[in-house]
Ligand binder design. Structure first.
Ligand SMILES: [Zn+2]
Length: 220
């Protein structure tokens, strides 16, 4: 079987993180989240760490050349021998080109899973969203409430709510940014017939059922 590299796309607030974790657990493949990797690297004191730290602090994106190098290293590692889920990568067409060439080199296969959901639905969902500031677990007061009132099931930390208008406005802008940068990426992979759309307005369980079907078909 070819190494399956899943590119998980979804606007902020569509439940991408939750789904990525479920996929990783079910299929025994690592969840490679570029944002988290950069934050980890930024903690060190190598030259690379300093560069990445500066990018994060200035609120900019880490240069493609560095991102590509970091992702390539991960993709070639033993951890990814069966495949992986990419989250937050690729973000630019130059990253797409780099990824395609790495996948070509290792004889892998790309599957793009695109979570589709209406913008207003995301906004509504986020008004009910809770996040653990310590371990990153995500809850929703309506669809996925924590067992203990406002405490993280995994680590017991106090969960944070994100309800103010300013943050909702930021979210709206982040969704628009997402739509802009993913458009050419989806088009590129659609031309190769490797994009599967999944309706993300359903419950997390239903979404995952659909994702599983898509992955199982791709690995046949
Ligand atoms: Zn937690």
């Amino acid at each position: 079987m070819k190494k399956l590299c899943i590119i998980l796309l979804g606007p902020p607030g569509a439940g991408k993180g939750t789904q990525a974790k479920k996929i990783a657990k079910t299929y025994g493949i690592p969840h490679i989240e570029s944002g988290r990797i950069f934050r980890e690297i930024a903690k060190g004191d190598s030259e690379l760490s300093k560069t990445v730290k500066k990018c994060i602090e200035q609120g900019g994106l880490v240069p493609d050349e560095i991102v590509n190098r970091i992702i390539k290293e991960r993709l070639l590692s033993e951890e990814c021998r069966k495949g992986c889920i990419l989250d937050g990568y690729p973000r630019t067409m130059s990253q797409v080109a780099a990824l395609d060439s790495i996948i070509g080199e290792i004889g892998g296969k790309i599957l793009v899973i695109s979570l589709k959901i209406n913008k207003n639905k995301i906004i509504e969902r986020n008004i009910n969203r809770l996040i653990c500031p310590v371990c990153g677990a995500i809850y929703n007061l309506k669809t996925n409430p924590p067992r203990d009132d406002l405490k993280c099931d995994d680590c017991g930390s106090q969960l944070e709510r994100r309800v103010d208008d300013e943050k909702i406005e930021v979210l709206r802008r982040r969704i628009e940014t997402y739509e802009q940068y993913t458009e050419p990426i989806i088009k590129h992979y659609e031309e190769r017939g490797v994009v599967k759309m999944v309706d993300a307005s359903q419950s997390p369980e239903k979404i995952f059922e659909e994702i599983k079907k898509v992955i199982d078909q791709a690995t046949l």
